[in-house]
Design a protein around this ligand. Structure first.
Ligand code: SF4
Length: 477
């Protein structure tokens, strides 16, 4: 792995990010910011109530109701879905989303609809996410949609209101970073290991101020599910935007979906989207190169995604860190996680397993975990759930018999939603519980007050479920 900073820019050639940005500029302010037209907006129950209230207080209408698509995902239960929601916060959040979307003519996907799921899973699944478009959502993992060559970013409540009323946002153009992943992934190593290794290398602030483009042979070889995992977690490196140039894999995935361009427009759309590549010679402000073949299965040990090591490693010792701020930070992480320096990661026992989220709740993820679990049983004392990212993923998995593999292994097979990625619903850790999780964030309390999260791939989470400890999945292959 090596890094280098580019000193110059070649005039007249553009990156993928610049092409999409330039094609959406409504007005330039001359100070590095532009007014950008927003093609599409995903709405959910947590980030939208304040913005809908703002509209009503100012008595302003939605500028383009059809440009928005709403779904409740964070608060919804993943059990007992047919029953009415019990009285409480989740019910009021979901009901408020229903009434707001009705009032303003926004498409809403109900909780028990066959198109339901996490915003970042259903956007692409329904063809709402398109190459070359601008797409926003009041959720930081909106970077996911950059896997299609869209300029997609998470926004705050005031920005959501601005998109509702004007369909534009004033944004600052970011610097460009190229992350090239050369070589091929070894057996047992997945895209989750690539992004965790990248974040461990550049840090949680390493991508701040940059729009990251991923390229290289290892990326080209990835199916769309994997590319979405990669772009999903760019926000964990501090970058709001992660993009991959659309190729034939992308285009074949998009067409045929209900909200994608239909047959008559397909040829023109394909031609336009094929031009969405970084021009040869276009310069980036920073470049990082990874060698896929040198990456081992990763697992986080601390309370940021950058506090990650190969599963073959040992818990680091704060006493070895010279910088007093970094030393104190590491000590805090270890205290919260209840871990002692020098412990082998593979000796750390776990209580819970969560396979799901907008990072790893897609069909490829479920297939990967099921391959490890087939014919085996979850270790005694370990509680394990698998939560498909959408109803369509659940249905497709059932059609392949994956549900049976999970159930036979001792997993619970749940309905779609954010579930244990975030402690905003019934699925959460108890204080002190330790979880092998395929989600994207491991800060204190993310999965429940006092809960301890270890981030990893679905294959690694399946391996941990079988042994009851953090485990190198390669030992079970
Ligand atoms: S799965 Fe997690 S990260 Fe993704 S949208 Fe839901 S809460 Fe956010």
């Amino acid at each position: 792995m090596d890094q280098k900073a580019f000193q110059h820019r070649v005039p007249g050639v553009r990156t993928l990010y610049d092409k999409v940005w330039d094609s959406h500029v409504v007005k330039s302010y001359g100070d590095g910011t532009d007014l950008i037209y927003i093609d599409r907006h995903l709405v959910h129950e947590i980030s939208s109530p304040q913005s809908f209230s703002g509209l009503e207080m100012e008595e302003r209408p939605l500028r383009r109701p059809r440009a928005h698509l709403a779904v409740a995902d964070h608060a919804v239960p993943t059990l007992a879905r047919a029953a009415p929601l019990p009285l409480g916060l989740a019910r009021s959040q979901v009901n408020r989303l229903i009434s707001n979307t009705r009032k303003h003519g926004v498409r809403y996907i109900p909780m028990n609809d066959r198109r339901h799921g996490i915003v970042h899973v259903i956007g692409p699944e329904l063809g709402f996410t398109l190459p070359g478009s601008t797409l926003v959502c009041g959720d930081s993992h909106t970077s996911t949609h950059g896997a299609f060559g869209a300029l997609a970013l998470g926004i705050g409540a005031s920005e959501v209101e601005c998109v509702f009323t004007t369909q534009t946002l004033r944004l600052r153009r970011q610097k460009r970073m190229l992350v090239t992943v050369n070589g091929a992934l070894k057996n047992g190593v997945t895209v989750k290991d690539v992004i965790l290794a990248l974040i461990a290398k550049i840090g949680v602030g390493g991508g701040a101020g940059f729009a990251i483009e991923f390229a290289g042979p290892a990326i080209a070889a990835m199916p769309m599910d994997n590319r979405m995992t990669l772009c999903n977690m760019t926000i964990e490196a501090g970058s709001r935007v992660g993009m991959i140039a659309p190729d034939e894999v992308t285009l074949d995935w998009v067409f045929g979906r209900p909200l994608a361009p239909q047959k008559a427009d397909e040829a023109a759309a394909r031609a336009a989207w094929r031009s969405l590549t970084t021009d040869p010679g276009a310069a980036f402000d920073h470049e990082v190169v990874l060698d896929a073949s040198s990456i081992a299965p990763q697992v986080s040990w601390g309370t940021t995604p950058a506090e990650t090591l190969p599963v073959t490693g040992t818990i680091p010792d704060p006493a070895m860190i010279a910088d007093p701020v970094k030393r104190a930070r590491m000590k805090n992480s270890l205290d919260y996680m209840g871990l002692k320096p020098g412990t082998r990661l593979s000796d750390v026992q776990i209580d819970r397993v969560f396979i799901g989220s907008c990072t790893n709740g897609r069909l490829a993820d479920l297939r990967g975990a099921a391959k490890i679990l087939a014919g085996r049983r979850v270790a005694p004392g370990v509680s394990a759930i698998v939560v498909p990212g959408s109803a369509q993923v659940r249905q497709a998995a059932e059609a392949e018999g994956l549900d049976r593999i999970f159930l036979d292994a001792g997993f619970e097979w749940r309905a779609s939603g954010c579930s244990m990625c975030v402690a905003m619903n019934d699925d959460r850790l108890e204080p002190g519980e330790r979880c092998a999780s395929t989600s994207n964030r491991n800060f204190e309390g993310r999965q429940g007050l006092g809960g301890r999260t270890h981030l990893m791939s679905p294959e690694m989470a399946a391996a941990a479920a079988l042994t009851g400890r953090l485990t190198d999945v390669r030992e079970l292959m």
